[in-house]
Design a protein around this ligand. Structure first.
Ligand code: ADP
Length: 482
């Protein structure tokens, strides 16, 4: 199958979260299964400077409402073909890919991701300037949400799959954006792109895509409820027969403790000695007291309400009194950032906090910590809890979304079955998280159970193969028969 995979970020070129990891790993896994998958991304400076070579493949001029653009053809480091939209006016700028240096959304985001959506639709439609014609266009999150709408209004286009990585981000713009983006005015209604009086890219994608997927089976159910549907629950309930939850995999060559270049020392199931060297390295780098016996908790992720960082900060004093140590890496909410740094100052040697994005440090935390914290209020899939299991660092997770689908709670029965891989708590409150922390510490001190728990997680298969095969089934179901 020929699949155009459209995304606003792809690792290792440009990454703000899990979407970038999936956009690298899923196309690769599909290609290994024999499909011809190509990735389309915007030409941000980080992408263009990372390309070793490229060739100009097409010009897009005179598209109503959009500046002129070019299409570059190149490849990702792992060999997956890459197409890059070169449009300096929209993509060549300092700051983040969605926001300026002050954390404000770029004012022209509708146009920026409208262009990404439009180019994808052109490549998937009858008027594509390329010889290579996709049989499926696979869109990801709101930034590509207009593609299914454009393709719906362009007869003869390929079928479209829309994957929701996080329903909390909806690409909402004022209604007038619709006329600037060349979307037919009649689609501004509940059966179309309208979203509570505004215009939503994600709504367009969810409404017009031929099939919707999201990144875990549990999240696929949760987004049909009032609690986690973000106002889309009615539409998603109505589209239930075209909605599938497929658990993300991980890139298990990049996230492999046996040969991870970011680690102080490699290790693997059956040969865990190196894990202690990573703990020591992490404690030293972070200015924590170097103590092999002191339980060390780690957290990597966006500092947001979604990720439950506020609750972690709330229990941090009791956690370190257990006694234990805590290392935090992430960025996001300004108050949470300064609260995390203040705690680190207040508890020197026991709490360390790094505000920023640091790929190498995130790997070292996965390897050097004893227990990983991921108490997300909601979590479409989550990757860190899978990385941590692979690295022999059992995670503590809240019972939500992909966390439920990827972590088996440790109790006498699951330990006896060899199934337990971490700790799951039900109520997202500080006392419940703290109780779970104490439960994990009790197992940590049990010299027989802890290694068994670590091994169960390390031996699990979190690779992409099975999930990629499920995406193929969905693609195949959308192709014309006969
Ligand atoms: P989300 O996509 O909601 O942010 P995921 O767990 O799905 O959460 O994926 C987050 C990805 O980004 C993981 O690969 C994680 O390690 C990485 N990540 C998040 N914050 C940081 C950070 N501050 N430094 C390094 N990597 C980070």
């Amino acid at each position: 199958m020929r699949v155009l995979f459209v995304t606003s970020e792809v690792a290792p070129l440009i990454k703000t979260g899990g979407l970038a990891d999936v956009s690298a790993a899923l196309p690769l896994a599909l290609r290994r299964l024999g499909d011809d998958v190509r990735v389309l991304v915007p030409g941000y400076p980080q992408v263009l400077t990372a390309l070793e070579s490229f060739k100009i493949e097409a010009f897009f001029t005179g598209i109503a409402g959009f500046p002129d653009a070019r299409l570059f053809a190149s490849t990702l480091p792992d060999g997956v073909p890459l197409w890059v939209i070169d449009c300096p006016e929209l993509f060549q700028r300092d700051g983040g890919i969605y926001q300026d240096g002050n954390g404000n959304d770029w004012p022209d985001n509708a146009l920026r991701f409208g262009l990404l959506s439009k180019v994808a639709a052109i490549l998937g439609g009858q008027g594509s300037p390329l010889d290579w014609k996709p049989e499926i266009v696979h869109c990801n999150d709101w930034q590509t949400g207009l593609t299914p709408a454009y393709m719906h209004f362009s007869p003869g286009s390929a079928p479209c799959v829309m994957t929701v990585h996080n329903l909390a981000f909806q690409g909402v713009f004022p209604p007038q954006a619709i006329s600037e983006l060349d979307i037919p005015a009649e689609s501004f209604q509940p059966h179309g792109v309208e979203y509570y009086g505004n215009f939503s890219f994600l709504k367009a994608g969810l409404y017009y895509a031929n099939h919707i997927t999201t990144v875990s089976p549990t999240y696929a159910e949760e987004i049909k409820t009032d609690a986690l549907g973000f106002g889309f629950q009615g539409l998603l309930g109505a589209r239930s027969s075209s909605l599938t939850g497929i658990l993300n995999g991980i890139n298990d060559s990049e996230w492999n403790p046996a040969n991870d270049p970011a680690l102080a020392c490699g290790y693997e199931a059956g040969n865990m000695a190196g894990k202690a060297a990573n703990k020591r390295e992490l404690q030293m780098q972070m200015g924590l007291t170097v103590d092999p016996k002191m339980p060390l908790f780690g957290l990597v992720g966006r500092f947001t309400h979604q990720k439950g960082l506020d609750v972690v900060l709330e229990i941090a004093p009791q956690l370190v009194a257990s006694p234990a140590q805590l290392v935090l890496l992430g960025s996001g909410d300004a108050t949470m950032q300064s609260d995390a740094l203040a705690l680190a100052r207040q508890y020197p040697g026991q709490i360390a906090a790094v505000v920023g994005f640091d790929e190498n440090l995130s790997h070292l935390i996965e390897a050097g910590a004893d227990i990983f914290l991921m108490p997300s209020r909601f979590e479409p899939c989550g990757l860190n809890q899978m990385y941590s299991q692979r690295y022999g660092t059992p995670p503590i997770v809240h019972a939500t979304g992909g966390l439920v689908d990827s972590v088996v709670d440790c109790n006498a029965a699951t330990l006896a079955q060899g199934a337990a891989t971490g700790f799951v708590f039900n109520n997202m409150t500080a006392p419940d998280l703290l109780r779970c922390v104490q439960r994990a510490l009790a197992v940590y001190r049990d010299k027989k159970s802890w290694p068994a728990l670590q091994l169960n997680g390390m031996n699990r298969d979190f690779g992409w193969q099975k999930s990629a095969a499920k995406y193929r089934e969905i693609y195949a179901s959308l192709l014309p028969t006969g």
